[in-house]
Design a protein around this ligand. Structure first.
Ligand SMILES: Cc1cc2nc3c(=O)[nH]c(=O)nc-3n(C[C@H](O)[C@H](O)[C@H](O)COP(=O)(O)OP(=O)(O)OC[C@H]3O[C@@H](n4cnc5c(N)ncnc54)[C@H](O)[C@@H]3O)c2cc1C
Ligand code: SF4
Length: 338
């Protein structure tokens, strides 16, 4: 039995202060990832700071025509929020592709951004893992790496970021509002998650005592032409082998703007601005989509068991772009269960 303290924060300033006072504390929201990691002895916080009573569970329109999503808004509530379904269906679709209904009913927006990799070596404390224990080595590089990364890897870590929601947030160019001992700041979504480099223990650029307070969506939601395509081993309750979020703006049969991000292939949601540039001004047809896929995957590298992901990603990109261009997105028909 490993003991830990539990406190419930009654306001944001208190939550930040409690965290600043104890570097081995952890915030807990839905608990769907952190509590599992504690049970498996991967995370050992000496104190849990429960933030679930903080007033961070609203979805509100911004003066700029976007949405501000409180960090404690549950994944289900967000996916089925009328404004999200209407204006940001790619986000709704991505969230519904993740986990199970019960988990989505508990999981929070902030917790989803900070969920940790599902690399099996990270979860098994008997194995070497630089992310869990810096300097101990990486069991996956020469091990069973079927689920692992093909882009942006390092000699220290080849884990992937597991979220579905974050892949949609990447193409929507969301902003993450955080609060720390020095006040509030905003982190652009592209700068929020990190590549492993030589410090794979750090998943994000969030400061040690900072709490996520909200995620802001700009006005542009790509509602008419989007797709979230998730390829996985089972139809539900499985993490992505490869996922693709696409948003297109079409004008007179030409691509005016394109956004494209991949999940299941890198340590962070993988967006490639060169591929997006290459799509702009093109006719929305297979030739342009294949060229974009080639650009995204130009530096892709497999580690043995996951070599198949390179071709899978190529085909998934072309399929998702085709679905978005035709206005026939991959969609899920699951209804919300209270
Ligand atoms: C069986 C299973 C299957 C799953 N399948 C999928 C899937 O297919 N796709 C997918 O995307 N996800 C999947 N998930 C993951 C799930 O989406 C996450 O566990 C969930 O989003 C985490 O949210 P939470 O609120 O429960 O976070 P918690 O577990 O409470 O916290 C997670 C981390 O975030 C930190 N934290 C939480 N909120 C804040 C905040 N506001 N500010 C700062 N730090 C914070 C905590 O300290 C902790 O480190 C699955 C989970 C399980 C258990
Ligand atoms: S891939 Fe990363 S998380 Fe997995 S064992 Fe290697 S260092 Fe650990």
């Amino acid at each position: 039995m490993i003991g830990f303290q539990y406190v419930r924060a009654s306001n944001l300033a208190e939550a930040v202060r409690q965290m600043a006072d104890n570097p081995t504390a952890k915030f807990v929201a839905g608990g769907t990832n952190l509590i599992d990691l504690m049970k498996m002895d991967v995370e050992r916080p000496t104190k849990l700071i429960d933030i679930t009573k903080l007033p961070l569970n609203e979805v509100a329109e911004t003066p700029e025509g976007g949405l501000r999503i409180g960090a404690l808004v549950r994944n289900s509530d967000l996916a089925y929020h009328p404004l999200v379904e209407q204006r940001y269906p790619v986000l709704s679709s991505a969230i519904r592709a993740g986990a199970s209904q019960q988990l989505r009913n508990m999981a929070s927006t902030g917790g989803n951004l900070l969920q940790r990799t599902r690399c099996a070596y990270f979860y098994d404390v008997a194995m070497s893992c630089n992310k869990r224990e810096p300097g101990s080595g990486c069991g996956a590089i020469d091990g069973h790496n079927r689920m692992h990364a093909i882009l942006g890897t390092s000699d220290a870590c080849i884990a992937v970021h597991p979220s579905d929601m974050c892949i949609a947030l990447a193409i929507l160019e969301a902003k993450v509002h955080v609060m720390g001992p020095n006040g509030e700041r905003v982190i652009t979504f592209g700068d929020f998650h990190r590549l492993p480099g030589d410090a794979p223990q750090r998943d994000t650029n969030l400061g040690p005592a900072e709490v996520i307070i909200a995620v802001e969506l700009p006005r542009r939601g790509f509602a008419p032409n989007y797709s979230y395509l998730k390829i996985r081993d089972r139809l539900s309750y499985a993490f992505a082998l490869v996922s693709v979020a696409v948003g297109l703006e079409l004008d007179g049969g030409i691509i005016k703007a394109a956004r494209l991000a991949l999940g299941g292939v890198a340590h962070k949601p993988w967006r490639d601005l060169r591929a997006e540039d290459a799509l702009r001004g093109q006719s929305p047809a297979e030739a342009a989509f294949t060229r974009a896929a080639d650009i995204v995957l130009r530096d892709a590298r497999g580690f043995g068991h996951n070599n198949f992901k390179i071709e899978l990603a190529r085909r998934s990109i072309v399929r998702a772009l085709t679905q978005a261009a035709r206005g026939t997105p991959q969609s899920q028909s699951t209804k919300k269960i209270a």
